[in-house]
Design a protein around this ligand. Structure first.
Ligand code: UD1
Length: 431
């Protein structure tokens, strides 16, 4: 029987070859938050002065967003981890379908484009593997601010009527605390006439990060991070120099890497309040968590099963559901994982089962019976976090695994094998 990696490498898709069973040790560095950086890049459209964003991770999603901004006339320069964006010469108000479709977050440019130029045409981002992901709440919010919005032939066209081309402040109550809708409305409202309130707003740290940068650009936003955000519109915004918060999902993934390999590992920089629900579940699993000025150290214990339900922030994040499930497959006892945010986000279950995990699924609930060990296998991640889950499971498995789905993994984890190898893993990339 050939081992998982003894097949000729040339015939295989790009993959990671991961040796299971290595202990990790030392310190691992977290990059800037992908989901913050993406929305901060679109916020640069709101001013005709340069916006410099530091601590931007090197990810394929960031490159796609840069290309979309270039298409609409924003200049984008990268210098190490900093991006300088200048939207003084926006020429195009309708980015192409191919680019928007490959990166859902690019739809979020509709708010700033409308606010700055009075019109925008953006293709609907379409479905994605983890669920339908509608944008109705974004559209409802823009309409409440006075925009005329129509959806025809898969394109959302929005314009601001009247001579001033200025949106008007309004009270908006979101049906669900959508991160993207909150960000879209926030960016549209900062240059509107009058006051806007967003109730049932998303409270995610990335929303807070956006509000902080907008305020540094001269906006008047209060309440971000809570359920009600109030925005007093201003006439114009100016440039700024801003640093992105650390990526809480990447940090959480590394903490799970420590727990699944039963290793002591320090992860930094981390803002612990951004990971409260995850740190609590790691403690409930039997790990010790030490928090210092800049980072978090995980000291493993005997890992026991816990129940998890994904929720909007400050609840357990859906983006760490798959990585955490990988850990729970190796825990003592039973765990129940309930996915409440996206309807199709348990696709990693079948791949984990191929590595010997014992999991039963009913609807959006996974019942996991921990096994003493996972066994290496060729596996594939069908989306970004599913790919991370397969990498984590492979770190703990007996033998050498092959993990495919790198185009997904590279969307959200910068230099992941280099980072993990620097603390003791043995991962080889085959392109
Ligand atoms: C963002 C994150 C993503 C994360 C998600 C939830 C970015 C670029 N992506 O995605 O990594 O998994 O938050 O934390 O920041 N919904 C509606 N109607 C709408 C909009 C959303 O019903 O108009 C629903 C969605 O179907 C989903 C829930 O709201 O069930 C959450 O989605 P949302 O918060 O909008 O996620 P995104 O902003 O797309």
């Amino acid at each position: 029987m050939p081992n998982a990696v003894q097949v000729s490498q040339q015939t295989l898709k790009p993959h990671l070859e991961i040796e299971g069973g290595c202990r990790l040790k030392g310190e691992i560095t977290v990059s800037g938050a992908k989901n913050s950086a993406l929305v901060l890049m679109t916020a640069s459209i709101l001013t005709n002065e340069p916006v410099r964003i530091e601590n931007v991770p090197e990810l394929s999603d960031i490159n796609v967003m840069a290309n979309i901004l270039l298409e609409i006339g924003v200049t984008v320069k990268r210098n190490s981890d900093a991006l300088t964006l200048n939207a003084a010469g926006i020429s195009q108000l309708n980015p192409p379908y191919e680019l928007v479709n490959s990166l859902r977050a690019s739809f979020f440019a509709i708010g700033p484009l409308l606010s700055r130029r009075g019109q925008a045409k953006i293709p609907l981002p379409g479905g994605c593997r983890i669920g339908a992901r509608p944008v109705l709440e974004h559209i409802r919010g823009l309409k409440a601010l006075g925009a005329v919005v129509s959806v025809e032939h898969g394109v959302v066209s929005a314009s601001v009527p009247g001579i001033s081309k200025r949106l008007k402040g309004a009270s908006i109550v979101l049906d669900c605390p959508s991160v993207g809708a909150t960000e879209t409305i926030l960016m549209a409202a900062v240059l509107a006439e009058g006051v806007t309130t967003i109730s049932n707003a998303a409270q995610e740290p990335e929303v807070q990060d956006l509000a902080r940068m907008l305020n540094e650009m001269g906006a008047q936003v209060v309440g971000a991070g809570g359920p009600t955000i109030t925005i007093k519109g201003v006439k114009q915004l100016h440039g700024t120099n801003y640093s992105v918060i650390p990526d809480r999902i990447e940090a959480g993934t590394f903490l799970v890497a420590a727990a699944i390999t039963r290793s002591k590992l320090r992860v930094s920089p981390v803002i612990p309040e951004h990971l409260s629900a995850v740190l609590q579940k790691l403690r409930d699993c039997g790990c010790q968590i030490q928090i210092d000025d800049e980072g978090v150290t995980l000291i493993p214990g005997e890992i026991v099963g816990v129940d998890i339900t994904t929720q909007p922030f400050p609840g357990f994040p859906t983006d760490l559901q798959a990585p955490f499930m990988a850990l729970l497959t190796t825990a003592k006892g039973t765990s129940v994982v309930t996915e409440k945010i996206f309807e199709n986000r348990l696709q990693h279950v079948a791949e984990l089962q191929r590595m010997g995990a014992s999991i039963k699924v009913q609807g959006n609930i996974a019942f996991i019976e921990g096994v003493p060990s996972l066994s290496a296998a060729p596996v594939s991640g069908s989306d970004l976090r599913a790919a991370a889950a397969m990498l984590l499971a492979s770190l703990a498995a007996n033998g050498t695994s092959r993990v495919e789905g790198l185009s997904h993994l590279d969307r959200g984890y910068a230099h992941i094998e280099m980072k993990l190898n620097s603390v003791g893993s043995h991962i080889l990339r085959h392109q």
